[in-house]
Design a protein around this ligand. Sequence first.
Ligand code: ADA
Length: 589
Amino acid sequence: MDRLFKRSNFAKVNYLNKMWDFVIDPDDIGIEKEWFNNFPENTRKMIVPSCWNMEIDLFRYTGTAWYQTTFETASPNVYINFEAVQNEADVYLDGKHLGNHYGGFLQFGYEVNGLDSGVHTLTVRVNNTLNETDTYPLPRVDWFNYGGIARGVYVRELGESWINDYKISYEFENGLKDVSLSVEADIKTFNKKNENFEIYVNDEKVYSTPLFVDGEGHINADIKLSDVKLWGIYKPELYYIRLVYGNEDIIERIGFREIKTRGKDILLNGEKIKILGVNRHEEHPDWGFSMPFNLIKKDIDILRNLNANAIRTSHYPNSHKTADYCDEIGMLFWSEIPAWNRKVEAMANPLAVERALSMEKEMIIEHFHHPSIIFWGMHNECATDTPEGYEVTEKMVKLAKSLDSSRLITYASNKVKPDANREMCFALADVVSVNHYIGWYFPAEDGDWNEFMDSYKEVLEDCDSYDKPFLLTEFGFAALPGVNAFESSRWTEDYQADALEFTLNQILNHEHISGGYIWQMCDARSDPDFEISRPRGCNNKGILDQYRHPKRAYRTVQKIYGEHIGIDLPHYETHIYRYTKNSKMEKKF
Ligand code: ADA
């Protein structure tokens, strides 16, 4: 419910974003000792949402921790919602186990009925332990697996009825002029009810039907809208759809846009687009995964100022507000689950497959209505050079298509060699996406990206994918902030800026490449096991440092993306001031 737009005119929501009681459980004894009934006394306090690693003494804590708080309700029926818990949660209400949820970065919740009015105790066991086969992510990923209740928690008091599920989809008619809107909703009532089910589009009532519900009801409404305004890059036309049943309502926000492929091109609303993208970890050294929205907004504004038009949420679903803001400004978005660098064993393990499918399903359902999301990413650099990898990817693609036929399905492969570890799964994807680090992990010589594309043709042809759009989903160069040199050598800001200039000029002008995503926006904390190759404990390939100060490459990319974006973006003016005698700052340029 905590979004960038109002979600309901009636809902009574109690946000539990406050200090909770908190205790770590390094020996994992809490279940046996029934801490959900007898929470240890004299524990410390922990702010929710946050990541516990932000506490100075828990910087590297991995394992189990327990949280507890209370809330008051006047209603016997409530819905308790968690926006994200890293990585596994067991939720207890008044000592009773409500359920277990696996998978960070995803929203989940529980409906509870028959509560006495008054105060109730909510306890959560959180665990962020990783293993080599079935956890998401695996140990030793190139980011930091912060633990905790990382996003907000709320309790919604339910009235006599509630719309507990809905899906709003649409199809274009008459070219891209009109739409046929389809609204499906499940309604639950706690007594028999006979009310009108109504649909409003931007406050105008467009549908109304009497609906008798005794327990559970379902609605399937088709509405025609003509002359719709299209959502596009930096042209964010949004529509508010409000569903009402009696004293219950929910507001969703959508945008009408068509994303498809034609041969080697990606078309948005029928027009060929070039992805001027950046990979972004939703992470900050002072906040972990729990960045407040003002910082998230600033990140996205920084990317708009860069003249970028696309963000890849490498490597996990971002918060709703991030996607809300992208919807609002017209930034393209790619969302994926944290399936990172999984070898065959960790890809094909039955529990790993089950978890991948459930996380993917939850991501698609949760983020379905964001117009900014145009790509669903299945996984990143996994064993797609094996028959087992093919089988899992096929299952994932089938699931994605069954849930959403309105977006492009893809995944990021690093199988860049035409001989060894040859890629096998591109045929399953709508768009071929490749991570390749020429000039960093692979030697750079003049013409390399063109040569790579030539040498890769055979792999693409063998996967029946030569005639599909091709994206470079990662390329980049590390630079330590402030390190410059006469010789443009690795780890200097000069090398990064020069190498990105060379790369972008080649790939953005290559007729077969539909664009790419620079690795990465900001330096980001990496796994401690990687420190030998990750100075300062960070992946340093950011074009900004971890506190969002630009490196030299920022302005290089800004200039190149500016030449390609084809829109005159309103830039934030950056003035240069000089200090004057009378101590006033005076604009110099
Ligand atoms: C991979 C991976 C990224 C990052 C990058 C790098 O492509 O997908 O998360 O680790 O390599 O910097 O090496």
